[in-house]
Design a protein around this ligand. Structure first.
Ligand code: K7E
Ligand code: CUA
Ligand code: CA
Length: 622
């Protein structure tokens, strides 16, 4: 009898334990990894640049769900951003226009970690940067960078405590500095130089750093030696790295790819600060410019593979190792587009040095890290991503079989690749392949000759610290054109910082209109201020009466207290449309040049009586 009971007990335990063990060993299916069901939140916010869309896509990971198409350099009525007559529009018009080409988003950091306060993104074409307040997900500041033409690479350089201090830019194209008034390029009095195969000797490109809070220029280091492309900063904040192509100073592609090598510039930010303190600068256009020839050790140029593109540094925890300890923890890797090798730099000493130049595959563009000692390279020509072990690549640079961990096919022609939180504290879980060409991907429904971009989510958790394991493609999701790269923050960190309603308007001169304060005030023979509230389901006035030829300044306050209870304001014939979030006040100016009666109405479906939420603008003829 006892034996029978024991048999039963053992049988029961095994019966329960074996399926559990099997479940624990079995990998989750891709669907289980990424699917977020109803009421299930993503683990990360991913901020992906919008490229030609001029903004930033806010995407949840790992689900790939698109949450917001955040406008920065383009107006967008849905988010009430930069419509005709609004102050944000003036900010855009003054700095270059109503479109942008955004490539590299970066999140501000406190103590070397993404803090969820600010997001910065550059506009390559118009040489400017936008600053986004992550409490409201709205662009609050746009500034043009001085003395450069085309802002490509970006770096957020921290102070010694790891707090974001500078927003630095690579000015890619050569131009006369300072730009002189008159003809484009500044040649008013002198003849315009004939740009044959070479750009003129005195045309410059280089680096400018702005203070991250105000976006005012802090210092600039210009050169006459090529095109400054991608940029990164070393974890301590000491080195600012720029990849430079076209050391030849060619003006056409044949010249630009002639020389066997180009260069990576290492700019010593601490030395730059010393030199500024010692007054070793000249003012050019009001900007403090440091001359690398006059300040020894300010920049080091190290030969890079011919026509390099990406330069990226590994970030672990800078507080643990500084930049004076282990070589492996302080590597920065530059990729060469033409030579299929990468340069591994060791930045642990007083001077950066090249330690290895391993072969990776065809068309290497960008490099990312998993925080466990491996690096990943996008191979545009091979349409692959390669994973490589850092230690082994340094020790055996001529034995690809030893340092190559794995390669995975992507679809197709990857540009950037982004590992989660690469620029703060790499997680080593997901890798995004941000592909340039979809080429009729079988799983996508066609959308005309232009297809959406495809981002591929790759599981890298199985790649070990000693360089073993396989990558696994788990998901493909479309994104509007054209993400270049991404920056990340944990959802549990950022979500609680996001405001549920505005506590102050974008424009500090804008007055909040409280409940019961709606009114029309004539301020002059041809000017009228209109104060108006919105709340479900009516505007504060049923009728706004003005005269033909009046300049109307409209202050519109949303007095709702409920999160997400946004209202709209669309006025036909006057081209007015904006949205207004709870607690916010918008200021808007227009001229009543057309007499008549015009209904204005709410464009956000806000209540069951939303259709009835409208009123009249009466413009009396004179
Ligand atoms: Cu798209 Cu970063 Cu501007 Cu490379 S750059 S791909
Ligand atoms: Cu307010 Cu619809
Ligand atoms: Ca070259």
């Amino acid at each position: 009898m006892r034996g029978y009971v024991r048999f039963l007990v053992v049988g029961l335990i095994l019966g329960l334990a074996i399926p559990l063990l099997i479940a624990a060993v079995q990998e989750k299916s891709p669907a289980e990894e990424i699917y977020r069901g109803p009421m299930e939140r993503d683990e990360y916010y991913m901020f992906s640049s919008g490229g030609q869309s001029g903004g930033v896509f806010v995407i949840g990971l790992p689900s790939g769900r698109l949450f917001m198409d955040l406008p920065v350099f383009e107006p967008r009525a849905a988010y009430s951003y930069a419509g005709v007559g609004m102050p944000e529009r003036e900010m855009l018009e003054k700095t270059g226009g109503l479109w942008g080409d955004t490539h590299h988003p970066r999140l501000s950091q406190t103590g070397y970690k993404a803090d969820g306060k600010w997001l910065y993104i550059q506009d390559k074409a118009n040489t400017r940067v936008g600053k986004i307040d992550l409490r409201t997900f709205r662009t609050v500041l746009v500034k043009k960078a001085p003395n450069i033409q085309v802002w490509h690479g970006i770096a957020l350089v921290p102070d010694r405590q790891g707090n974001t201090r500078y927003v630095c830019a690579n000015g890619e194209f050569e131009a006369p500095v300072p730009p002189r008034p008159g003809l484009p390029g500044g040649y008013a009095e002198q003849p315009i130089p004939d740009v044959g195969a070479r750009v003129p000797e005195d045309w410059k490109s280089g680096v400018v750093c702005l203070y991250a809070d105000t976006l005012e220029p802090a210092f600039q280091v210009l050169g006459t030696y090529g095109n400054f492309d991608i940029m990164d900063w070393s974890p301590s904040g000491r080195w600012l790295l720029s990849n430079i192509y076209n050391m030849e100073r060619g003006a056409n592609i044949d010249e630009m790819i002639k020389a066997p090598e180009d260069a990576t510039q290492f700019l010593d930010v601490w030395k730059a600060e010393e030199a500024l303190g010692a007054g070793q600068y000249t003012l050019v256009n009001g900007v403090k410019v440091l001359d690398p020839k006059a300040i020894p050790g300010l920049v080091y140029l190290i030969p890079a593979p011919r026509n390099p593109h990406g330069i990226h540094c590994q970030r672990l925890d800078p507080r643990l190792y500084g930049e004076a300890a282990l070589g492996k923890d302080t590597v920065c890797i530059a990729a060469g587009k033409i030579v299929p090798r990468v340069n591994i730099f060791d930045i642990s000493g007083e001077r950066p040095r090249l330690v290895a130049q391993p072969w990776v595959g065809l068309g290497p563009l960008h490099v990312q890290y998993d925080g466990r000692g491996n690096f990943y390279v996008s191979l545009f020509v091979d349409s692959q991503i390669g994973a490589y072990n850092i230690d082994k690549a340094i020790k055996f640079p001529n034995e690809p079989d030893r340092y190559t961990v794995d390669k995975i096919d992507i679809h197709y022609n990857v540009g950037h690749l982004s590992t989660v939180m690469n620029y703060s504290t790499p997680r080593g879980d997901w890798l995004l392949s941000q592909n340039k060409l979809t080429k009729g991907l079988p799983g996508f429904i066609p959308t005309g000759p232009l297809e959406p971009e495809v981002q591929e989510l790759i599981d890298i958790r199985n790649i070990t610290a000693d360089g073993q394991g396989k990558m696994r493609l788990v998901y493909q999701f479309p994104t509007p054109p054209e993400p270049h790269e991404s920056d990340f923050i944990e959802a549990e960190k950022l979500a609680p910082l996001v405001w549920t309603k505005y506590s102050r308007p974008y424009d500090p001169d804008t007055r909040f209109v409280g409940p019961g304060e709606s009114r029309v005030v004539r301020t002059g023979p041809h000017s009228v201020d209109v104060y108006l509230t919105t709340v479900r389901s009516r505007y504060g006035l049923d009728e706004v009466r003005v005269k033909q030829g009046d300049t109307v300044t409209l202050y519109l306050s949303n007095v709702e207290r409920l999160r997400d209870m946004t209202h709209g304001f669309a006025l036909q014939e006057y081209g007015v449309h904006f949205a207004i979030d709870p607690g916010d006040t918008k200021k808007f100016t227009f001229v009543t040049d057309k007499p008549g009666v015009y209904w204005f109405y709410c464009t956000w479906f806000c209540s069951a009586l939303h259709m009835e939420m409208r009123a009249r603008l009466i413009v009396e003829p004179v």
